[in-house]
Design a protein around this ligand. Structure first.
Ligand SMILES: Nc1ncnc2c1ncn2[C@@H]1O[C@H](COP(=O)(O)OP(=O)(O)OP(=O)(O)O)[C@@H](O)[C@H]1O
Ligand SMILES: [Mg+2]
Length: 434
């Protein structure tokens, strides 16, 4: 082949490839390699390595390399033979034959690097190259890199080598785009799984902090407050017996404030811990009158005076979780007391139901009723009063009531809602189907 240093080999493009007959056996090697490439599917490095190894063999090159475009650089991604020490090397696209090959999208044949103005001579000296052939790797007609064979001898490659290189580049280019896309997806997937793992770790530590805080709230705050409230109550009794009614009243008011704080803490703890479980409530046979007495004991003497108990049922014991039922009743009663005028009575009525066999608790008040707009979401968390005078609630009470009844396989209902007040009903099944 005549030495023509600046000659572009665009004429060796596909349309003219048939002009060179491949040596016997070479075509078979190329086909064999195609099947190897298929087997290396979705392992980009192994895939490119297969190509360069075979290419070196088929062309008798000293080294072969796949260079990929990375911004303004060409990067040696897969190498073989004398190019092995240079894997990972970055060369500026602007000054190299590979960069030109990508820019012009054509096959370039450098016969002697020493006299070819297109090559980066310093880089050629560094890697010990004298002649080379460079063919673009196209994915969807966009050049994504080059496939290159190199030799330390002048004019080491002939037309047959160029054609072999092109055949390999066709195969590699078509598959490379898919491989690169897969590689990127894989990297994204890895990045996302790291992110998820980090997030999970963060969530675990937040949950553990949350559970520590709930423990502090339950034991270090709630319990001492409860003790203090009981002490205030007995002090108020003593003062009342000693006829110091004004001091007794003040103590009772203080106990009322404490009672509200305790009720809020109980609601918060219930929402955060107790009611999140999916298993039914742990029920034990419990005395219904004790449940009523405990619930009424949560209110101040003034509040209790407004509550009228009506017992239309003779049921003595029911299987239930007493503390949860107490929480539900307390929330209904405090709503009835809070959302009706101070002097108005609130009735707690107990009755029986035959179908289903259940104990019914009705809490009846004579306030202004519930705004119709709020009714559909009444038992959802965060449902709050629109009345600015009652804007202190957290919207947890009726959600807790509903969850407590669900855990007992019963239900909570808004039975009556009118301008004359509200009746809230709890249905506690006597023989719940677990
Ligand atoms: N008996 C009632 N009469 C009038 N409105 C009521 C009555 N019961 C509930 N509501 C309305 O339903 C809303 C939700 O009640 P819920 O008990 O869930 O929350 P809350 O009382 O506002 O706050 P929390 O109970 O958490 O302190 C109340 O804010 C109120 O507007
Ligand atoms: Mg409430």
């Amino acid at each position: 082949m005549a030495a023509d240093p600046g000659r572009s080999r665009a004429q060796t493009k596909r349309t003219q490839m048939n002009q060179v007959a491949l040596q016997p056996g070479k075509l078979e090697r190329i086909i064999q390699m195609q099947s190897l490439i298929v087997q290396a599917a979705f392992d980009l490095d192994r895939f490119m390595q297969t190509v360069v190894n075979n290419l070196q063999d088929l062309t008798g090159a000293k080294g072969a390399v796949v260079e990929l475009v990375e911004g303004d650089n060409m990067v040696y991604r897969s190498t073989c033979g004398s190019m092995n020490p240079f894997v990972g090397m970055h060369l500026a696209r602007a000054n190299s034959l590979s960069g030109l090959c990508v820019r012009n999208v054509e096959v370039l044949h450098c016969i002697d690097a020493q006299t070819d103005p297109r090559v980066d001579l310093a880089a050629c000296h560094r890697v010990g190259v004298r002649s080379m052939v460079c063919t673009p790797l196209l994915h969807d007609r966009v050049p994504v890199g080059v496939l290159k064979v190199m030799s330390d001898k002048v004019n080491a490659f002939n037309d047959e080598d160029v054609q072999t290189l092109q055949l390999m580049a066709d195969v590699l280019g078509a598959a490379l785009g898919k491989q690169i896309a897969y590689d990127r997806l894989n990297k994204d997937r890895q990045r996302l799984s790291h992110q998820i793992a980090r997030q999970e770790q963060e969530n675990r530590s937040l949950l553990s902090e949350r559970s520590d805080m709930l423990t502090v709230l339950a034991h270090e705050v709630r319990q001492p407050l409860n003790n203090a409230s009981a002490a205030l109550q007995s002090a108020a009794h003593l003062l009342a017996e000693a006829n110091d009614l004004s001091a007794a009243q003040r103590l009772s008011r203080a106990r009322g404030v404490m009672g509200h704080v305790l009720a809020n803490i109980d609601n918060t703890l219930a929402v955060a811990a107790l009611l999140t479980r999916s298993t039914p409530a742990e029920r034990e046979d419990a005395d219904v009158d004790t449940l009523i007495a405990l619930t009424l004991g949560d209110f101040t003497a003034e509040e209790r005076q407004r509550i009228v108990c009506e017992r239309l049922s003779s049921t003595r014991t029911v299987a239930m979780d007493t503390s949860l039922m107490r929480l539900a009743l307390r929330n209904l009663l405090s709503n009835a007391l809070d959302f009706s005028p101070p002097g108005q009575p609130v009735t707690l009525s107990l009755s029986d139901c035959d179908a289903p066999l259940a104990l019914i608790f009705d809490v009846i008040d004579h306030g202004g009723g519930i705004d119709q707009q709020g009714v559909p979401l009444l038992f959802e968390k965060g449902m709050q009063s629109t009345n600015p005078h009652n804007a202190t609630g957290h919207g947890l009470g009726l959600y807790i009531v509903r969850r407590v009844m669900e855990l007992h396989h019963g239900m909570a209902q808004l039975l009556r809602n009118c301008a004359d007040g509200v009746t809230m009903r709890l249905v506690l099944p006597l023989a719940p189907a677990d």
